[in-house]
Design a protein around this ligand. Structure first.
Ligand code: DOR
Ligand code: ZN
Length: 452
């Protein structure tokens, strides 16, 4: 048997165990995994041998929520720069959002976007399609075109993408139930947000009352705006039986609603992002929607991760130009860069004992793959799976510097932070896309990943 690549002596990490072993890869697929060292059995039959002594070998980390801004907003990012940033950060696959220009809401636009990503992406990619008031007739065709899932912006954000009206949403969800597609929701209530935000902007006194703009933001788009939307979506899921996913949960109340819905047997999954886990609004002002909350909510999110109420960690990488981000708080667009720093940030937490490395691969590899229907091809370090592998050095330290990141937008809320734990290789279908901090892949290598 001839193997293309042999990764030797590393500590292989699954959601359930960590063990020393060797991985043999052929034609982009994991061919065999051997416990402990295989004493040279493979040496003569592999083209390339990578010695991973002292490193951890993770199933390829999936960033299931990114905005690569292609097409239409490419001054902020495009599929090339975004996928390079992801690959440099140890990500083997991303799922990209549809709030681009034009929005990804028809089969034609979906196919155009596949072409863009196919030409530019260094890593594998999946694409969400948007549900709108207008595209009910295309829902099934979008599935057949290869959409990973659907996205609904219950709260508006970049692109001012409208939420379907409640009656059409009902029909859309009935359709999704019928065709077995999961819908991901941005849960905020737009009407409330615009009303409160306008009121806050006008209240000049607020500037005095709130000398912290972070608290200002969270009151202008409050937790109850999020929970009201989550409640509505859960009601719809209960009534229609459709599978739902709550993107970027920010609050304790939000996690309680998800937990109750899970207990009632609703097919619901949920996600949070690093900024909600690492920052609190009292100390930091990073403008993102939904906003970063206070310390109590932040700690509740960690608890929800431990209790498996939150299933996925994703970056919600949403770049804007440095110039846009430097505008005054109300004028600046919302969204933070994060795909390149995601893995390091959580390895740092693994080193601090906040979660195990096995938990991390469950949250950022296995669960995203299972929830979005691409398991066992992705999110899985077993024979027969795609050879997507993230190799990390848990001992290595680095200081995150925004200027060194590979996004078009050299902005990061983590600028200056020291982390211990660094991705040292990103392997996509058996190919090194990043090795030792150097980009070794090629654009156009990534392929579309669709549910099984
Ligand atoms: O802050 C945000 N920015 N939240 C979102 O949901 C969208 C994102 C964007 O696309 O800029
Ligand atoms: Zn997003």
């Amino acid at each position: 048997m001839h193997y293309d690549l042999l990764i030797k002596n590393g500590l292989i990490v699954t959601p359930n165990k960590t063990f020393k072993g060797d991985i043999a890869i052929t034609s982009g697929i994991i061919a065999q995994i051997e416990f402990a060292s295989c004493n040279g059995v493979y040496e003569n039959t592999a083209d390339l041998i990578y010695d991973a002594e002292g490193k951890h070998i993770l199933p390829g980390i999936i960033d299931a929520h990114v905005h690569f801004r292609d097409p239409g907003l490419t001054e902020k990012e495009d599929f090339e720069s975004g996928s390079i940033a992801a690959a440099m950060g140890g990500i083997t696959m991303v799922a990209d959002m549809p709030n681009v220009i034009p929005v990804t809401s028809s089969v034609q636009r979906f196919n155009e976007k596949i072409e863009i990503a196919r030409r530019k992406s260094y890593i594998d990619f999946a694409l969400f399609a948007l549900l709108t008031d207008e595209n009910l007739k295309e829902t099934e065709d979008l599935k057949n075109a290869g959409a990973l899932g659907f996205k609904v912006f219950f709260g508006t954000s970049t692109g001012d993408v409208a939420c379907p009206s409640l009656p059409i949403l009902l029909e859309q969800m009935q359709k999704c139930k019928e065709i077995g597609m999961r819908i991901g929701f941005h849960c905020e209530t737009s009407e409330l947000n615009s009303y409160l935000t306008t009121a806050f902007k006008q209240a000049t006194d607020a500037k005095i009352a709130y000398n912290n703009a972070g608290l200002w933001l969270t009151d202008a788009r409050p937790v109850f705006s999020e929970t009201l939307a989550i409640q509505t979506v859960i009601c719809y899921a209960k009534y229609t039986g459709a599978k739902i996913h709550i993107h970027h949960i920010t609050s304790s109340d939000g996690t309680v609603l998800v937990s109750e819905a899970k207990q009632k047997g609703i097919d619901i999954s949920s996600e949070t992002c690093p900024h909600y886990l690492f920052f609190d609004a009292e100390k930091y002002t990073h403008k993102v929607y939904p906003p970063i909350r206070d310390e109590k909510n932040r700690l509740a999110l960690w608890e929800a991760i431990n209790k498996k109420v939150i299933d996925i960690i994703a970056s919600d990488h949403a770049p804007h130009t440095a110039k846009e981000k430097s505008l005054p708080i109300w004028d600046a667009p919302a969204g933070l860069c994060g795909t390149e720093t995601l893995v390091s940030l959580f390895l740092n937490e693994v080193n601090k004992g906040k979660l195990s490395i096995n938990d991390f691969v469950r949250l950022a590899s296995e669960n995203p793959a299972k929830i979005w229907g691409i398991y066992p091809q992705k999110g899985n370090i077993e024979p027969g799976a795609d050879a997507d592998i993230t190799i990390v050095d848990l001992k290595k330290k680095t200081i995150i510097k925004a200027e060194n990141l590979h996004s078009k937008s050299k902005t990061s809320p983590y600028d200056g932070m020291e982390v211990q734990g660094v991705p040292v290789a990103t392997i996509v279908r058996g190919n090194f896309v990043m090795k030792d901090g150097e980009l070794t892949g090629e654009k156009g290598y990534g392929v579309l990943v669709s549910p099984n």
